[in-house]
Design a binder for this molecule. Structure first.
Ligand code: HEC
Length: 180
């Protein structure tokens, strides 16, 4: 038993202090990523399950949530009909589609994860500089992304935001300041 422990510590030191862990963002997903992903998913489910929040549904709150989303979330997560920014495509883990599996979270879980973030993934905690009311409005808009009208999609795609791909929709200015 003791020998196993010493061996495990030795292997750990060899990998960690020896600088041998695969830390490049370009590392293909492996077992460690799958374990970490499950751990994060279960942690959000548990730690967000006690959060009681009522999401606003009035147009003004939704519009505020949308503005925060465009400024703070769109570059990483994109939206239906809007690509992620270029830098976000190089992230590992990559930010999940906002209208996808994460819609399976309860309102409280979504609110919790937006407020607190997920450490060491790139997902910021917005509770540092946003009120609970603002976070509830953002959460309401996140829910709404699964039901965007064609007009709302177009407006999102046209909204200027950091790191925005110059989508083909703007002839003339398209490629001039856009380096690959
Ligand atoms: C710098 C990039 C970045 C920004 C900005 C960002 N996110 Fe994220 N977000 C991520 C990444 C990466 C993950 C995946 C974390 C993981 O794999 O556990 C994530 C995860 C999430 C999740 C949980 C998904 C899950 O399956 O657990 C939600 C919900 C979310 N983001 C919403 C938002 C909202 C809303 C905003 C804006 C207020 C935002 N994010 C801003 C990168 C970002």
């Amino acid at each position: 038993m003791f020998a196993v422990l010493v061996l495990a510590m030795g292997v750990g030191a060899f990998l960690v202090h020896g600088g041998r862990l695969p830390i490049a963002a370009t590392t293909p997903p492996d077992l460690a990523d799958r374990i970490a992903m499950t751990a994060r998913f279960e942690a959000v489910r548990r730690q967000g399950s006690g959060v009681a929040v009522t999401l606003p549904s009035d147009p003004a709150s939704l519009a505020r949530g949308r503005d925060h989303y465009v400024e703070n979330c769109l570059p990483c997560h994109g939206a239906p009909g809007v690509e992620r920014a270029e830098f976000a495509e190089g992230m590992n883990p990559i930010a999940p589609d906002i209208d996808g599996a994460l819609q399976g979270y309860s309102d409280g879980q979504l609110f919790w994860v937006i407020k607190n973030g997920i450490r060491a993934t790139g997902m910021p905690g917005f509770g540092r500089n946003h009120t609970d009311e603002e976070i509830a409005a953002i959460t309401a808009f996140v829910r709404h992304t699964a039901h965007l009208s064609p007009e709302e999609r177009q407006a999102l795609a046209a909204a200027p935001h950091p790191g925005h791909h110059q989508n083909a929709a703007r002839p003339g200015e398209a490629e001039a300041d856009h380096h690959h």
